[in-house]
Design a protein around this ligand. Structure first.
Ligand SMILES: [Zn+2]
Length: 335
């Protein structure tokens, strides 16, 4: 049977015991999709942010299906972002559930507060070196601090290897590491039913920002988030998924078309950035301003991540090089 609409995908998922629970967040992205797997063990994929409102709604939605938080036996964490992990600790306190996540992220998840601090320092340093004014970085840092209470530390009790299978009574899910949107992004594949739980790796209505993030090994070496993301998208493109369940919004019934669309968009943006660099050397901030105007100020880190991601592609192609100009890194056309 071929699923052709998001509604049909949700119905198919429900028949397979996978129920979408859309939990409110205080963030611009809106609700986050958690998925209840009615199987043994009884499992929740992602939890929503750490807030009373999110907890109330989660409890209400579990109760509609005859469960409570105490009944959960396994929590699967798809990635390190706070809208997905915030309630893990509270759920574990109530239920004693096991917590599964990609093993490489266990350290970062366990040291949530320290890691968030380190990520903020890393981001400020990168923004300053990209020519973003100090007052803008300071404002963003205080926003980031105010968001932190919606997160929580997560003690991973079942660290997963890339490719490892999680056995349930009625299904098997294979964990597949797909870094890019965050370094810990992991998708979960039900090969028998051809259902992919992909969280924020692929979202129908918004493109997943390849946010520049400290690597999971705790070093301060910047990784190439967009390069990694494109590689991850190409792997997902090859999967014979019937549909994809996302971390926000509706299921995706044609992931190949969506991924092709995203890849084409990145290609166009890359060429646009190359044109700006070919005109004259520019810092990341100057490029972001040329493309996004004032949004480059209010969403400085997001837009900078976009610019640096595409500039990395150009650097790897040998068309652009980074030149250190005093405190600031500029990009210039090579050759
Ligand atoms: Zn999310």
């Amino acid at each position: 049977m071929t699923v052709t609409t998001p509604e049909a995908a949700l119905e198919q998922a429900a028949l397979a015991g996978i129920h979408r629970l859309a939990i409110p967040t205080p963030f611009a992205v809106g609700r986050v999709n958690c998925y209840l797997l009615e199987d043994e063990p009884l499992t929740l994929v992602d939890t929503g942010p750490n807030s009373g409102k999110a907890l109330d709604e989660l409890q209400g939605k579990l109760a509609e299906r005859g469960h409570s938080i105490d009944d959960l036996e396994l929590v699967i964490v798809t990635h390190q972002h706070i809208d997905h992990i915030g309630l893990v600790e509270i759920i574990v306190e109530h239920s004693g559930a096991e917590v599964a996540a990609i093993g490489a992220a266990a350290q970062v998840l366990a040291n949530f507060n320290e890691d968030a601090e380190a990520q903020d320092r890393f981001a400020v340093d990168l923004m300053l070196r990209s020519g973003i004014p100090e007052e803008v970085t300071a404002a963003l840092q205080s926003v980031s601090r105010s968001f932190r209470s919606w997160g929580s530390r997560v003690q991973v009790t079942r660290p997963l290897d890339d490719g490892e299978e999680i056995p349930f009574q009625d299904r098997t899910l294979r964990a597949m590491h797909r870094p890019g949107h965050s370094p810990s992004d992991t998708v979960f594949w039900d090969e028998e039913r051809r259902i992919l739980i992909a969280a924020d790796h692929l979202i129908a209505h918004i493109s997943s920002n390849p946010l520049i993030t400290r690597p999971l090994d705790g070093s301060d070496e910047r990784t190439q988030a967009l390069v990694a993301y494109i590689e991850s998208l190409r792997k997902t493109r090859e999967m014979p998924a019937e549909f994809v369940l996302s971390g926000h919004g509706e299921p995706i019934v044609d992931h190949v078309a969506l991924i092709d669309d995203r890849l084409a968009k990145h290609e166009r943006r890359k060429e646009k950035i190359f044109k700006l660099i070919a005109e004259r050397p520019r810092s990341g901030y100057e490029i972001a301003q040329a493309i996004w105007g004032n949004v480059a100020v209010t969403q400085a880190f997001l837009t900078l991540s976009e610019v640096i991601g595409h500039a990395d592609l150009l650097v790897n192609e040998g068309r652009v090089r980074e030149v250190v100009d005093g405190e600031v890194i500029r990009y210039e056309a090579a050759g």
